[in-house]
Design a protein around this ligand. Structure first.
Ligand SMILES: Nc1ncnc2c1ncn2[C@@H]1O[C@H](COP(=O)(O)OP(=O)(O)O)[C@@H](O)[C@H]1O
Ligand SMILES: [Mg+2]
Length: 258
């Protein structure tokens, strides 16, 4: 059973007055508790696909099915309810949240907006969310700009899981973190997936990270799917020119190769 089914998705923009396809005839599916990675060079359409799947922008063509329904035609209360099941984590939580807001406020928003728990219970739920992502509950009173980048990304994950999503879209979510913090966050994501059966659409330009967390990978080239398959198999033996170039450009991968 597929959780997310994207078919023949297309999005055009203009460059130098001429239309071009940022996303061109892209189709894929993600099952429950599965991680599908999107890789590809800068400008290949990864973030545009993320924004389309989240319905932050509308496609020019194609269909998006989510949890068995047509996600593109939903509106009103049904769309809001379905949106709670589809969350996101971006590269820079400082840009995603008001930096002066407290951690508690950032986590309270989804609980309130989606009416997850009654007001009186929200502080306890916020503490539980902080504990779930490995943060001290004392952090609730701190402002977003006062905590470290790794802590902020844990808060972003806590916010994403607050509404009990079935799918989280992560767009370069660990790219700005240093190596040790990055591996801790990846461990947290894997643990959440095992415990809560959350699926990830995991966007990264880093094949080493993709190999560590993804079941399958799609490699994009100028908005089109160049190749796709089992993440380890594709990374070990890329077939497309762009896949080969990405593997070549990742020295860490070659060193770690068994
Ligand atoms: N809002 C926009 N207006 C015009 N062009 C855009 C817009 N968003 C993205 N693009 C272009 O679409 C292409 C794909 O961008 P993007 O999806 O951000 O790539 P990636 O995330 O893989 O780096 C790029 O050429 C980018 O410049
Ligand atoms: Mg991007």
């Amino acid at each position: 059973m597929s959780l997310l089914a994207v078919s023949n998705l297309a999005k055009h923009y203009h460059r130098d007055g001429k239309p071009f396809a940022a996303v061109d005839d892209v189709s894929f599916e993600i099952g429950p508790a599965e991680t599908l990675a999107l890789a590809g060079p800068s400008g290949s359409g990864k973030s545009t696909i993320a924004r389309l799947v989240l319905r932050l922008i509308e496609p020019d063509a194609g269909r998006i099915g989510f949890e068995g329904g047509d996600f593109l035609t939903l509106s009103g209360a049904t769309l809001r309810a379905r949106r709670a099941r589809l969350q996101m984590v971006f590269q820079d939580p400082l840009a995603a949240f008001n930096p002066r807001a407290t951690v508690a406020r950032v986590l309270d928003d989804p609980l309130r907006i989606h009416n997850i728990v009654p007001r009186a219970e929200r502080p306890r739920r916020i503490a539980a969310l902080l504990e779930r992502v490995g943060l001290d509950t004392g952090l609730a009173a701190r402002a977003i700009h006062e905590i470290s980048g790794g802590q902020r990304q844990r808060v972003a994950i806590a916010r994403a899981i607050a509404t009990r999503p079935s799918l989280i879209v992560l767009d370069e979510a660990v790219s700005a973190l240093d190596v040790s913090v990055r591996s801790q966050i990846l461990e947290l994501l894997l643990d959440l997936q095992r415990q809560e059966r959350i699926a990830y659409l995991f966007i990264s330009h880093d094949l080493g990270v993709i190999r560590a967390v993804a079941h399958r990978v799609i490699i994009l080239d100028a908005g089109r799917i160049a190749e796709s398959g089992d993440a380890r198999a594709v990374i070990a033996n890329p077939q497309s020119p762009v896949g080969k170039a990405l593997v070549e450009a990742a020295p860490r991968l070659n060193r770690n190769r068994p």
